[in-house]
Structures are given as structure tokens and as C-alpha cells.
Ligand binder design. Sequence first.
Ligand SMILES: [Zn+2]
Length: 378
Amino acid sequence: MSGKAVFLYSSELEQNSYPAECPFNSKRAGLTRKTIISMGLLSGSERSEHPPISATRQELEKFHVPAYLNALENAGKGELDANGFAMGLGTPDCPVFRGMYDYASLASGASITAANLIISGKTDIAFNPSGGYHHAGPNYAAGFCYINDIVLAALTFTRVGKRVLFLDLDVHHCDGVQAAFYRRRDVMTISLHESGKTLFPGTGFENEIGEGDGKGYSVNVPLPVGTYDSAYLKAFSEVALPLINSYNPDVFIIELGMDTLAGDPLAHLNLTNNVYAEIVSMVMKFKKPILATGGGGYNIENTVRGWALAWSVLCGDQTDDMSIGMGGMMLANTEWAGGLRDRVLLSDAGRRCVVDAEVQTVIERIRSTVFPIHGINT
Ligand SMILES: [Zn+2]
């Protein structure tokens, strides 16, 4: 075990990018790197940068079907046919752009590289801000995702016998990852997300708990519009923590989508980035290796700050300074200038009541359906 935290990045990731009109901005990884460098968070003996190795065709085929990879490769050269379109390419959510195959292979290769660094014992903590494409399926693209790096990284771990806890904090349900492991128990998936009743992809309800051998190993915590920090943390503490304790994984993969943050233009939760600092530090207390990835996040500035904060926690640099935001002036959280952390965000009491009741119902449902499978007393 090594204490060094590894940041996966290469300027090659900036060579190809999603079209300007697409909300998904692949420059966020480079901007995060810039921020952490400016704060001295990428130097010293505790942290280092590592270049990603592009995923090979053989690696991509561990999850994706050849016909889909062919269509993706052709689309990246400007040749989109009906076949590619039928597989989700060339839509507003999964636009075709030059070099997209190379970009997706490198971005997903970064998660595989991170998994291999952990397996070889070179690091216990790795962060790939260019990863987190949890919607992609074996033969289709969806929700800005072409290659499912989470599935590929998880398979890299399971191939060497490691049991994986995948924790998805993105505001969207991780439908692609869930489907890949729905009948398996060597990858437990816990996803907290805005309910599919109000948000893409419309899945991830409490009754989706896995099937066959995997029954009880897919866990979904759908959250109502307006969910705020303490309601979210309550759901995490009362659902995820007991399950993580009971499952006792060998390794964590955490998807740190920042589209849960208040003000995200595509979603409707009301979190501050303090939640990510809290959860990452709670997960670190399990003393298991962690592969963290990026994900969604469509307010670029908030997303970059959130990832920089998560990185600072991952490399042990963040002291618990929650109090900094307390009692401050009422600024919009984007105006908060007190470092990487958002100021504490107060939400409307009426809305809080509605959120609390809905979150409590979800928690109770999961405790009654999933916990008994794991022998957890409620
Ligand atoms: Zn998302």
C-alpha cells in the first residue's frame, strides 16, 4: 500500500472535445488540474500526476460489442451511418465529433490505468476527472457517454478477484453500470441520484435491487427535487454506510458527478460541495483503495471547484473547515470566495419538510428490502 494519490491527466485529453453547443465540457479536467496546481495540491511526496494509457480495442471489447465500437470509430472520422444512429450516436446528447473515438478511448483508458495502478500496489488513491461515463451500454451511447469506463475499471478489478463497491454520487442514475452488474455480487452498486420521475434516464428506483446472484447488490436512492446537504448525508449514512460495512469491499470506485450542486443547469438538487468532502472522507475511513472519477457537472466553475475540493480530501490535505461557511453573509454559493468549499446553503423550511418526508420513505424501503438480504438489523 502506498500513500501517494495519483491524478490522471494528459494534455492529449484536450485535443478533441464535444461540440461547443453540448453541455458536456471535457475541459473541466484540465481546469481542475490548473486549480489544484495553483493551490500546491499536485506537488510534494504525497501526490503525483500520471498519464493515462489509451484503452486498446481488446480492452474496450471486454464490455462493448465490436459493431458498436466500429460505428463509434467511424463516427469519429465523420462517417455516421444509420447503424451508428440506431446505437445512439449523432443525437443532441451524444453528438458526433472528430476524434471522439480517440477521446473516449483515452478518457476511459485513464480509469483502467488508475485501476491497474491500484492493483499493482503503486497507489491507493487515484482520481480520473475525465472519467465517469456511467450511462454507456455495451452497444449504445447515452447521456454524453460513449465508453463506460466505470464498467471497464470494475471489470479490471474483478478479473483479479477484487470485490468492488461502486458509489455513484452523480445526479443521474448510473443505468449503464447497474445493468452490467445487475446479476452479479462481486460489484455492489450504490447510487444516490435525483429521482427518475423528474430526471434522465428515468431509472434507479428503490425496487431495482438486482436479480439472481446479484439480488441486493444494486442499491438505488432516488431523491426528490430540492434535496439539500443534510437530507443527502442522512440518506448516505443510513443506507450506504451500513451496506459498505457489511459488504466490506476490496476497493471503491466513486463517481463524483457534480451535477447535484445547487445551480446546475440540467438538474434540480440543491447540494453544496461540502457533501462531497464529507462523503469522500467517510469512505477514506474504510482504509481501502479508492478510484475516483469525474462525471456530470454543467456549471463548469462549481464542478471544477468541487473536484479540486474532492482531490484535496483524497490527498489528505483538507482539514475539517465546515465552520468557515457558517454564519457568513447570504451570498449565492457561486459568489462564495472562502476557498474551495461552498458556503452553507439554507433552503426553504417548507421545501425541507417535503424533502425530509420523501427521503425518509426511500430509506425505509431500502432498509426493508435490501438490508435483510445482507443480514443487517434495522
Ligand atoms: Zn450526471
